[in-house]
Design a protein around this ligand. Structure first.
Ligand code: TEU
Ligand code: CA
Length: 536
C-alpha cells in the first residue's frame, strides 16, 4: 500500500481518554467527549490523535491492562462510538493512532483465564515457570505470581501477565487485532514497551538497582523479527505508521528499530532526555539542568534517523512544571518549550493540556492518587521506612497522576458535570482552554501559530539539525536546507542572558513581542525563532 507519510509532516496530539472530556457526567472521560472536541483539535491545527487505550480493561493500570483488544471499555463508550470517532475525525482531516499494548494483557483476558489451566491450549500464551527467577519489575517488587504449582511472569503489575512471543499463536492473535483496527481506518499504532516483548531466556539476571534481568528481554533480536513480521504481514498493507515506546533505548538501538531498510517501526519515543533530572530511577529526582538536557537532545537530533519529539505524556510530570517555571514565568516558559519542541527535527507530539500550559497536580495527599505505580512505590518506600514527609515529596513530584488530572476546559473545570475520577487542579481558574482561546497572547495561540508555521515550512519539516551553541541556560540550534536556515534561540532559565553568538535575521516568532535582534539581551525563558539573514 502506498504510504502517505503524513506522520513525517504531522503534529500528533495525545489524548488520555479518562481525563480529556466526560460527556455523561460520570466523572470519567469518554469517546463521545472526545468527539465533542474534534473541532477544538482541528482549530489547534494538529492532524493525528494518539488515543491511549480505550479497550475493555479492569483499569488496574487504567487501560494498559487489556481484557479484550477488540471491544471498547463501557466506561468510555461503545464500538459504535469508536466507529463514529474514526469517521468524524476523518471528515475533519484528523487521523487516529491507537495504543497497541502487546507485551502483556490483563489477567482478566480470556486467554489468561484459560492459560491458568496447566493443560489448556492457551497455557503457552503466557510465560510460566516452576520457580521464579530474580527479575525485578517496572512497578517495583517481584515479577512472578503463583497460580497452582507454577508462577507466571509480569514485568508490570501482577494483573498484567506478559505474553509469550515465542508462541506463534500469540503472533497470529495480535495480527488479527491489528487488522481489525486498521480495517476501521485508523492510521497506525503507538506500541507500548515494544522493545521488551521478546524474552530470549528466563535465566537470573545481573543484579541492578532497577530492572534486574533486563539483559534477557531488552532490545533482543527476537523482538526485531517480530516487528519485521508485523510490518510485512500487516502494516504494509495499509497507509499506516508505528511509533514504538522503547524504554532504555540508545541512539543505535533506535536506528536499528526505525531505519527504513530495517522495515520495523517508523519512529520511537526515547527516554534519555526524560531521565536527566533523576539519579538511578525516576523517584530520586535531581534539579533539572538544561545543559544536560540540551546535550541529549542534540545527540538524538544528530544521530537518529527520525525523532519522535515529546516533552510530556501520561507517564511523565507536566513539562512546564518540570522543564519550565509553573510559578513566575509560566506563560513565557511554556511558550519557550513549545517553540523548542516544535522546531526540532522529527515528529512533534503534544500531550493534552500542554497547549495551555497545564501544570502538575495540586494533590494534598497520596490518598488522592489513582495510579497503581505511585501506590506500589509508596508501599515499598513505607516498607523501607522512608519517613512520610520524604515519601510524600518523592511521590508527589513524580507520580504519573500529575499528567492525568482532568483537562481544564474553563474556569470552573468543564471536564465533567459530575465528580472527576481524579482531582482536578484548582488552578483551572486561571489555566483553562476558554481563557486561552480568548487571549491572543496565550500559550494556546502560541501553539496554534507554531503548528501553522511548521506545517508549511520545508525547513522545519525536512531540514537538517545543527547545534550552534549551548551552555548552562542557553540553547541555540539551526534547521537548514540548501536554501534556507532557521534558528531557534532558547533561554531555558529565569536568568537574563546575553545572546552569546553573533546572529542576525528576521524574527518569525517570539514569546516577548521581539521585532529584531538589535537588543542582544535574552529575557527570562525568552524564545526566538529567526530566519537567518543570508538565507536565500
Ligand atoms: O509505560 C512503560 C514505561 O516505561 C513506563 O511505565 C515508565 O517506565 C514508568 O512510568 C516509569 O517511568 C507504558 C505505558 O506508557 C504506561 O502507562 C504503562 O503503565 C506501562 O507501559 C505498562 O503497560
Ligand atoms: Ca463519562
Amino acid at each position: 500500500m502506498k504510504q502517505s507519510e503524513i506522520w513525517k509532516k504531522g503534529i500528533v496530539y495525545q489524548i488520555y481518554p479518562r481525563s480529556f472530556k466526560d460527556s455523561n457526567g460520570d466523572g470519567i472521560g469518554d469517546i463521545q467527549g472526545i468527539i465533542s472536541k474534534l473541532d477544538y483539535l482541528k482549530e489547534l491545527g494538529v492532524n493525528i490523535i494518539w488515543l491511549s487505550p480505550v479497550y475493555c480493561s479492569p483499569n488496574d493500570d487504567h487501560g494498559y491492562d487489556i481484557s479484550d483488544y477488540m471491544d471498547i471499555n463501557p466506561e468510555y463508550g461503545t464500538m459504535e462510538d469508536m466507529n463514529e470517532l474514526i469517521e468524524k475525525a476523518k471528515v475533519k482531516g484528523l487521523r487516529i493512532l491507537m495504543d497497541l499494548v502487546i507485551n502483556h494483557t490483563s489477567d482478566e483476558h480470556p486467554w489468561f483465564i484459560e492459560s491458568k489451566k496447566p493443560d489448556s491450549p492457551y497455557r503457552d500464551y503466557y510465560i510460566w515457570k516452576d520457580q521464579p527467577n530474580n527479575w525485578s519489575g517496572f512497578f517495583s517488587g517481584s515479577t512472578w505470581e503463583k497460580v497452582g504449582d507454577s508462577y507466571y511472569l509480569h514485568l508490570f503489575s501482577k494483573k498484567q501477565p506478559d505474553l509469550n512471543w515465542k508462541n506463534p499463536k500469540v503472533m497470529e492473535e495480535i495480527q488479527k487485532v491489528m487488522h481489525f483496527w486498521l480495517q476501521k481506518g485508523i492510521y497506525g499504532f503507538r506500541c507500548d514497551v515494544i522493545n521488551i516483548i521478546y524474552k530470549t531466556s528466563l535465566k537470573n539476571g545481573k543484579k541492578h538497582i532497577a530492572l534486574t534481568g533486563k539483559e534477557h528481554y531488552h532490545s533482543q533480536e527476537g523482538c526485531h523479527e517480530i516487528l519485521r513480521t508485523l510490518r510485512k504481514e500487516v502494516l504494509d498493507q495499509y497507509d499506516a505508521f508505528t511509533v514504538g515506546e522503547t524504554v532504555l533505548v540508545t541512539t543505535k538501538q533506535a536506528n536499528d528499530l526505525i531505519l527504513p531498510e530495517r522495515k520495523e517501526l517508523n519512529m520511537v519515543f526515547a527516554f534519555e532526555h526524560m531521565e536527566v533530572d533523576q539519579i538511578n530511577n525516576k523517584w530520586f529526582k535531581t534539579k533539572f539542568k538544561p545543559n544536560k538536557w540540551m546535550k541529549v537532545i542534540s545527540l538524538w537530533q544528530q544521530e537518529v534517523y527520525w525523532n519522535a519529539n515529546y516533552l510530556g505524556n501520561h507517564d511523565q510530570p507536566r513539562s512546564v512544571s518540570r522543564f519550565g517555571d509553573d510559578k513566575v514565568y509560566h506563560q513565557e516558559s511554556a511558550k519557550m518549550l513549545a517553540t523548542l519542541n516544535l522546531t526540532l527535527k522529527g515528529t512533534p507530539y503534544v500531550f493534552e493540556g500542554e497547549e495551555i500550559g497545564m501544570t502538575d497536580g495540586d494533590f494534598k495527599s497520596i490518598d488522592e492518587l489513582m495510579d497503581i505505580e505511585s501506590h506500589r512505590i509508596n508501599a515499598l518506600a513505607k516498607k523501607l521506612m522512608f519517613p512520610k514527609k520524604i515519601r510524600y515529596k518523592m511521590i508527589m513530584k513524580t507520580s504519573r497522576d500529575n499528567a492525568r488530572t482532568p483537562m481544564q476546559w474553563h474556569r470552573n473545570g468543564g471536564f465533567t458535570s459530575g465528580k472527576p475520577w481524579l482531582k482536578m487542579n484548582e488552578n483551572t481558574k486561571v489555566i483553562n482552554v476558554e481563557d486561552n482561546m480568548k487571549n491572543p497572547e496565550s500559550i494556546y495561540h502560541h501553539y496554534r501559530k507554531l503548528i501553522a508555521l511548521r506545517k508549511n515550512n520545508e525547513t522545519l519539516l525536512n531540514g537538517s539539525f545543527k547545534p550552534l551553541y549551548m551552555n548552562k541556560n542557553i540553547f541555540i540550534f539551526s534547521r537548514y536546507t540548501k536554501h534556507d536556515t532557521l534558528i531557534t534561540i532558547s533561554n531555558m532559565s529565569s536568568k537574563i542572558k546575553k545572546i552569546p553568538i553573533d546572529l542576525s535575521g528576521e524574527v518569525m516568532l517570539s514569546n516577548y513581542h521581539r521585532e529584531n535582534l538589535d537588543d542582544k539581551t535574552l529575557k527570562a525563558y525568552e524564545s526566538i525563532l529567526i530566519r537567518k539573514e543570508d538565507a536565500q
